[in-house]
Design a protein around this ligand. Structure first.
Ligand code: GLY
Length: 378
């Protein structure tokens, strides 16, 4: 069965392939098609008999319910059994307790090896439900239906799934690729402004790490993006997903260093999030400030010139994101950074830009320079 995102059969979807051999999959970018996603899922997973929907409670009624209805409708003579549950919004849901609860619920719902997990929500639900999918009966198929901009352009693509330990974010998990990622920009209509802008930080990241032309396009279209203009948004999502798909296709498990470029601004950003107190700053806000710290470090190390920092600063501002963190404290942030998964043999490594569109993975940096980069953002 060939799925089309609108009744007329005309496709208004953009498709991006994540090239991973037999684990390759499509990202479909549409508008106003959630109530037809059941068809899309059934057409890419033709033998699906049991769908297990795990939704963020904040989007359950608006977006998970229409999706469930479309799954029920699509079965015809061979109905698909659909089980649905929701989890509280926010990072605390990425816990061992919630993970265990969902596995128990799947078992009670009659889940088996052929069940398909469908994550409907932002990065928290995608990571959590993905890890449930990776673990239940040693792995079942799963589908990502991201409902935040951040999840659309980053976390729903590339197969990183997992949960947090009380002392360390994303410390437990698995690489488990989805079978398809279904993006509908209409779901962003219920996303609060602050969370929407937070997603723009990851979009800017792609411009800095890989694509100077896209960065320039963002400079010209920041207003349209802030206004959630659908054409601009779809273009930004597609460009971001293409970049992510290319990088993941080249280094799925982050072994060659290529995938690590996606963490530009994140080593600082994670430490900002942790020291500000989780929930004080959104992930994208912390990444925006972290990118400023990283750009500052690159200039300090004479790897890049000042224009880079100025252009990045202006774009982050234009997207309504913060560039400073008044409580930036190297004594608090450095110990958190040392627990980062990119630390190799006790040495910090950073993704640093040399020009817009080009980054390097750099190690062996003096602690004093890292301290200066942190305090530069106060
Ligand atoms: N968010 C970084 C990655 O997926 O590798």
């Amino acid at each position: 069965m060939v799925w089309s995102p609108n009744e007329s059969g005309e496709s208004n979807a953009s498709r991006v392939e994540v090239p991973l051999g037999e684990r390759s999959y499509l990202i479909e970018i549409t508008s106003g098609a959630v109530d037809r996603f059941g068809e899309a899922i059934a057409s890419s997973l033709e033998d699906m008999t049991h769908a297990v929907v795990i939704a963020d409670e904040a989007v359950d009624a608006d977006w998970a319910e229409p999706l469930v209805k479309s799954l029920v409708a699509v079965g015809g003579e061979n109905p698909i059994r659909v089980s649905k549950t929701s989890v509280p919004s926010g990072e605390p849901s990425k816990s061992i307790a919630q993970f265990e609860k969902l596995l128990g619920w799947m078992l009670d719902s009659g889940g088996d090896r052929r069940s398909v997990v469908i994550a409907v929500g932002g990065g928290v639900v995608g990571d959590l439900a993905g890890y449930v999918a990776a673990s239940f009966t040693r792995g079942v198929r799963f589908v990502q239906v991201p409902t935040t901009l951040l999840a659309m352009v980053d976390s729903s693509v590339g197969g990183k799934t997992g949960i947090n330990l009380p002392a360390a974010k994303n410390m437990v998990g698995a690489f488990w690729q989805p079978s398809i990622v279904l993006i509908d920009t209409e779901v962003l209509s219920t996303l609060p402004d602050r969370s929407y802008r937070s997603g723009l930080a990851e979009v800017i990241k792609y411009g800095v790490i890989e694509d100077a032309e896209f960065f320039q396009w963002l400079e010209s279209n920041a207003r349209a993006l802030i206004d959630r203009d659908d054409a601009a948004l779809r273009c930004a999502i597609e460009k971001s997903c293409r970049c992510k798909a290319r990088v993941v296709g080249e280094d799925e498990r982050e072994t060659s260093g290529r995938r690590a470029i996606l963490n530009y601004g994140h080593t600082f950003g994670h430490a900002i999030e942790a020291t500000a107190g989780y929930g004080t700053l959104l992930h994208g806000e912390a990444v925006a400030i972290g990118m400023q710290m990283a750009a500052h470090l690159a200039i300090d190390l004479k790897m890049a010139d000042r224009t880079l920092l100025d252009r990045q600063n202006a774009l982050i501002h234009a997207c309504g994101l913060p560039t400073t963190f008044e409580n930036a404290d190297p004594d608090e942030m450095l110990p958190v950074m040392m627990r980062d998964k990119k630390v190799a043999h006790g040495k910090l490594r950073f993704i640093l830009p040399t020009e817009i569109g080009v980054v390097d993975l750099v190690g062996g940096i003096e602690e004093s320079a890292v301290r200066r980069a942190i305090t530069s953002a106060r």
